[in-house]
Write a protein that binds this ligand. Structure first.
Ligand code: Z57
Length: 841
């Protein structure tokens, strides 16, 4: 309040207030100004990097103006805010997105042309913001786009990793990881050196009685690390709402380094202190769907959660409301269990620092949080070792024990004498060492728990969280099927398709209400429209073919069927089944006469995805794909009939090129293992068809687009358990076609057979946990159906158009509205309304 300018001087401020550019002339003026002043360059040394920098700075200025207004408006409105806590935000590039969301890409295009640049080249200068591994991180990014586009007062909270997900290089067919230092020049973040929070680790807990005889716990000693806020503006599409993503960066508490130690000659240890502090936010853990239980990861989680909660509580306190109103003002969504410590930290703040009674505090806490589960894979469910946790966060461990005690007491009251039940649902697993089950803590401390697709939400209720459904009742558990933002995944990635659709259904309104796509359905048999549809797909394939040529040297024919599987490498996603299918196809081609070969559908099998650095089996699959490519792509008998490509370093900006170019994409996880999948939605939205299992969101996609528009195959989730049992306790026989494939691998056709023995062995000798052999026959047969269907281009294009027309449900806008209504209890705040109400217009 002291920093507010007094009324008489405000006229000058208003007179000179920043007015964002709206036309080409103003944009060019801004670009040239930034080149000549901010960047200290001129027209004589302005390369594409500098043009990118200047254009970004021009847009950044715009965003920050709207960001400021949005924050003022939301503060004034004093309504409920949503906080999305996620360890990952896989944002990709920001410039193209900013230009499109504020509706000024045309202006920028003209301006950059006038100044001597091609906008595509300028856009490509930007380094992806890759602060995430895969689906979970990209979902968080789509959610931020929807939250802003729908005018929700919402913040993202995350970590500002110095190194995002590693860059993948393929050398001699092997994955090699290269660090991703992305902060060299990042115009999209604003350091907030005034927003700094002290975060405590280690130390001891002392208990004493205060003058009223109340038990007080004091956590002291240990070490302090500083959390510095960096803000990233998140522009909504065609709205002035610009929300905030706040990322925390760690810094030594004593500033640069400890001067006392430095002056006393202890230079090394003063530098070591500083480095230890900075290590916390240094690097993203590169595991997807895997928990490794490392201490530094726990430090990251507490550091981020404590800084975020301090910020949220501080903002709440400014409103001077009573504590019991906290859940009316604040909704916090936990993106997986990674931020579950927030439950414990808020309880600690309320009880230890604010002096509330335990029960009163717990009612506030459990009404504030919602928990989203993203996986049923046991190896991904987070558990922390009690001794490790005790050492790092002694007070939090006590609070967890108390939460567990009160929870188990209440279970015992409702289910007396069910001793097994108590052991099963205890937040503490009685193993050695004891482990803290973070998902159970998240359930107990939240008012809603949701899965991310129907099948997945049913599975968590009937398997991993079954006991909790009995205890809390079924209403605590719900489904919110994932969605994707059509702004990035249609309009930005596939501008020609977006324009074609707009030209037929009355403009770009579908980008804000995706169900309007249904208007397209009447064009599914329109000859002229189908021709344009096909031309656009072809042009997108030409673009991808160019990318493949320039990055791998492989020539692919854009007229061939492009079959794509791009996602993190994981046995459950079954890229191994795909490459075995490719080998099967290769052997089939080799056995054919030239006449028979002429009838085949030429195919390009495109793979992409990173393996976690320590995941040997996943790396072996990459190696096999590349070795198969080396043989197949150079076999004169095969020619254009089959090509195998591994696209290096799959990331968000590559996805924007690859997804619009697919004819068929593969979503072939073992039924019951892929919680949702979200790239399945992106591919269909771009006119690709799917080959997939009855898993995750594939099931709902099928329901929406119709069974005749998708190629489904394989065993169902309900049969997986019995099949696995049969593998281990019955007699196991390998599918004969798969056996042929394995023989060929073992003959050394694709390089040193020994390199792949663990991979084939996991299937034929070690239980085939992911049911590759069980599903292989059905997979190969269904691929044959794909070949046949592709020959009839007329029908194929109709299927493609019909599918796109029926994808309205899968917008992340629908998804966010469901969270808002059924979990957060918040309503949007339209900027126009708010400004009229507040008289700020
Ligand atoms: C991750 O990317 C997902 C789940 C996890 O537990 C972790 Br850790 C990382 C993915 C699921 O595998 C996808 O099926 C899902 O679509 C995505 O999260 C978003 O919900």
């Amino acid at each position: 309040v002291e920093a507010s300018i007094p009324e008489p001087q405000r006229a000058a401020w208003k007179k000179y207030q920043t007015r964002p550019f709206t036309n080409t002339e103003q944009f060019e003026r801004e670009v040239v100004r930034h080149v000549e002043t901010t960047l200290a360059r001129s027209m004589f040394n302005c390369d594409e990097t500098a043009a990118y920098a200047a254009a970004s700075l021009a847009f950044r200025d715009r965003l920050i103006t709207e960001w400021n207004r949005t924050q003022q408006r939301q503060t004034f409105a004093d309504g409920k805010r949503v906080y999305y806590l996620s360890l990952e935000f896989l944002m990709g590039r920001a410039l193209d997105n900013a230009m499109l969301n504020v509706g000024l890409k045309n202006v920028a295009q003209q301006g950059l042309t006038d100044l001597g640049f091609r906008i595509e080249d300028v856009i490509e200068q930007e380094h992806d913001a890759a602060l995430g591994n895969g689906g979970l991180g990209r979902l968080a990014a789509c959610f931020l786009d929807s939250l802003a586009s729908l005018n929700f007062a919402a913040w993202g909270y995350g970590l500002r990793y110095r190194y995002g997900i590693f860059k993948q290089e393929i050398i001699d067919g092997y994955q090699v990881e290269v660090p991703d230092y992305w902060l060299d020049f990042n115009p999209w973040e604003f350091p907030r050196h005034d927003i700094v929070v002290d975060i405590q680790f280690y130390g001891n807990v002392r208990k004493y009685q205060d003058s009223q005889g109340k038990q007080i716990s004091l956590w002291d000693g240990g070490e302090i690390v500083k959390a510095v806020a960096y803000d990233v503006p998140i522009p909504g599409f065609e709205t002035s709402t610009t929300n905030n993503l706040r990322l925390w960066s760690s810094k030594a508490a004593s500033g640069e380094f400890d001067f006392q130690k430095f002056n006393s000659g202890d230079y090394e240890s003063s530098v070591a202190d500083q480095q230890r502090a900075e290590t916390i936010s240094a690097v993203l853990y590169p595991n997807d769907n895997l928990d490794r239980g490392k201490e530094l990861r726990l430090k990251q989680q507490y550091f981020w959660v404590a800084a975020s909660l301090y910020d949220i509580v501080r903002r709440f306190k400014k409103s001077k409301r009573a504590w019991k109103e906290f859940p009316d003002q604040v909704a916090i969504q936990l993106n997986d269990t990674h931020p579950t410590l927030a439950i414990v930290e808020l309880q600690r703040i309320l009880v230890d620092l604010e002096g509330l009674d335990w029960d009163e505090a717990w009612a506030i806490v459990s009404n504030t949080f919602g928990y989203t589960n993203h996986t049923v894979l046991p190896e991904a469910l987070e558990k922390w070792s009690v001794p490790l946790f005790q050492n790092l966060l002694p007070r939090h461990l006590q609070i967890i024990y108390d939460i567990n005690l009160f929870f188990l007491q209440s279970v015992e009251r409702t289910f007396p004498k069910e001793r097994d039940l108590l052991a099963r649902v205890s937040i503490i697993e009685e193993s050695s060492p004891k482990m803290i089950r973070m998902a159970y803590l998240a359930i107990v401390g939240s008012h809603k728990v949701n899965g991310v697709a129907e099948l997945h939400s049913d599975l968590i209720k009937t398997t991993i969280f079954k006991d909790f459904v009995r205890i809390f009742g079924p209403d605590k558990f719900t489904n919110v099927t994932n969605g994707i933002t059509p702004r990035r995944w249609l309009h930005q990635a596939n501008p020609r398709l977006s324009e074609l659709i707009a030209s037929k259904i009355g403009g770009l309104g579908f980008l804000k209400d995706l169900t309007l796509l249904s208007e397209l359905e009447k064009y599914a048999d329109d000859k002229e429209f189908k021709k344009e549809w096909q031309e656009i797909k072809y042009a997108n394939k030409v673009r991808l073919a160019r990318h493949i040529k320039s990055t791998t040297g492989i020539t692919v024919n854009p007229a061939a069927l492009f079959d794509v599987q791009v996602k993190r490498m994981h046995e459950y996603k079954r890229q191994q089944m795909n490459i075995f299918g490719v080998i099967h196809r290769y052997l089939t081609i080799k056995a054919m006469t030239p006449e028979e070969r002429k009838k085949l559908t030429p195919r390009v099998s495109i793979f992409g995805g990173k393996a976690a650095p320590g995941y040997w089996m996943a790396k072996t699959i990459i190696h096999l794909i590349n070795n198969v490519g080396a043989v197949v792509n150079n076999d004169k008998d095969v020619g254009d009939l089959l090509k195998v490509v591994f696209v290096e370093d799959y990331n968000v900006s590559k996805a924007e090129i690859i997804i619009p170019a697919s004819d068929v994409s593969e979503h072939i996880s073992t039924a019951g293992t892929e919680a949702s999948g979200t790239s399945n939605m992106k591919f269909v939205l771009n006119g690709g068809l799917i080959i997939g299992t009855c898993d995750g969101a594939n099931i709902e996609i099928t329901r929406e687009i119709g069974e005749s528009n998708i190629f489904l195959f394989g065993n169902l989730a309900e049969d997986v358990e019995d099949l696995r049992h049969a593998h281990n306790y019955g007699s196991y026989t390998l599918d004969p076609a798969l056996a042929r494939v394995f023989d060929e691998i073992k003959k050394g056709t694709f390089g040193d057979a020994a390199a792949f023995s663990a991979l084939t062995g996991s299937i034929e000798d070690h239980g085939d946990y992911y049911l590759v052999s069980d599903d292989f026959h059905s997979y190969v047969q269904t691929q044959a159906l794909v070949d046949e269907a592709y020959k009839n281009q007329d029908e194929w294009i109709s299927k493609s158009i019909t599918s796109v027309a029926r994808m309205g449900f899968f917008s992340s806008d629908r998804c966010i509205n469901e969270y808002a209504e059924s979990i957060w209890n918040v309503e949007p705040q339209s900027p126009e309304q708010a400004e009229a109400g507040a008289g700020v217009a």
